[in-house]
Ligand binder design. Sequence first.
Ligand SMILES: Nc1nc2c(ncn2[C@@H]2O[C@H](COP(=O)(O)OP(=O)(O)OP(=O)(O)O)[C@@H](O)[C@H]2O)c(=O)[nH]1
Ligand SMILES: [Mg+2]
Length: 317
Amino acid sequence: MQDSGDAKNGAGVFARLQKTRRKLERGLAGLLGGSGGGAQLDELHDQLLLADVGVEASGRIIDNLRGAAKKQNDGGALRGALRDSLAEILSACEAPAPPPPQKLPRVILMIGVNGAGKTTTLAKLARALQRDGARVMLAACDTFRAAAIGQLQTWGERLDAPVIAQAHGADPAAVAFDAYAAACARGADALLIDTAGRQHTDAGLMEQLKKIRRVLQKAGDDLPHETLLTLDAGTGQNALSQVEHFHRAFGVDGLCVTKLDGTAKGGVVVALAMRFGLPVRWLGVGESLDDLRPFSAAEYAAALLPAEGGGAPGSKV
Ligand SMILES: Nc1nc2c(ncn2[C@@H]2O[C@H](COP(=O)(O)OP(=O)(O)OP(=O)(O)O)[C@@H](O)[C@H]2O)c(=O)[nH]1
Ligand SMILES: [Mg+2]
C-alpha cells in the first residue's frame, strides 16, 4: 500500500510526533549530555514513565542502557543505545501486511471505544486502499449513535465510495450481512465495516461485535479477514486495558493508534509493543484523509528520539 505524499516527502510521523519528542527531549536533555551513571539512569527511568512508555518497557530500556553505559559512557552513545532499545521493543509490533484473502472482498472490521477515531481511520484506510486501485465499500454498522450513519455517508461521498446503511437502531449484524452481499454483488475489492463505540467494559458491545462476526461467518469462515482495534494515543496507559479487554473478549489482529499529532503520549506505542506485541498496522497523525501512516519500528524510534541535531532522519519519517 502506498504512503501519502506527506510521508514520501519525509515529513510523516517524524513531523507529527513533535509533542511527544519535545517532551522526551526536554526530560532527557541533561541526562543525555551526561555520563550515563546510576543516578542519571534512575532519572531517565522516571522520564520514560512520564512519556507513557510504561513500567515494563522502561525497566527493560534501563537494563539495556546500564549494559551499554558500562562499555561506552558518553551522552551520544547513550542516546544511540536508547534509540536502539526503543526500536528493538517496537519491532515486536512490525508485521507483514496480511496475505490477500482467498475470495474478495477483503473485509476489515474496525472496533474500539467511543471517540477513539474508528470512523476517521476507516475513511483514511479506504483512501489508502483506493490509492492502490481498490474498489472500496463501507458498511455503517454503528447504528447505535444517531449521527454515526450520516458521518459515514459524508466520508463515503468524499471518497466516492458506496455506503451500505440501514436506519438508526437497526441490527448491526444485519447491516454487515447486507453490506457483504452488496460488496460481493458489485465486485468490490474491500469492505470496511464501521462499528459502534462504547466503553470497552460494556458487555453489550462485545456481544454485538460477536454477532456481527457470527453473521459474517455464515458467508465465509475467514470473515472478517482483519479486525483492527483503534486506540486514541492520548488515553495513555488506559489504551493497554482497552487492548486487554478487546483482545480477550473478542480478538484483535492489529492496532491503529490515532491522534499522535495532538498528544505527548506517543510513548504508549512502546508500552503496547512490550505488553502485547500485536501488529501496529496504522498511525493516525491528523484529521484529514491523508493523515494515515504505516507503522515502522525504526522510523517510530527515530521520530521519538532522533540523532542529535534533531532533524528528520534520512528515513521516510
Ligand atoms: N488530531 C487528530 N484527530 C483525530 C485523529 N483521528 C480521529 N480524530 C478525531 O477524533 C474525533 C473522533 O473520531 P471518530 O472517527 O468519530 O471516532 P470514533 O471512534 O468513530 O467515535 P464513535 O463513533 O463515537 O465511537 C474526531 O473529531 C476526529 O476528527 C487523528 O489521528 N488526529
Ligand atoms: Mg464512529
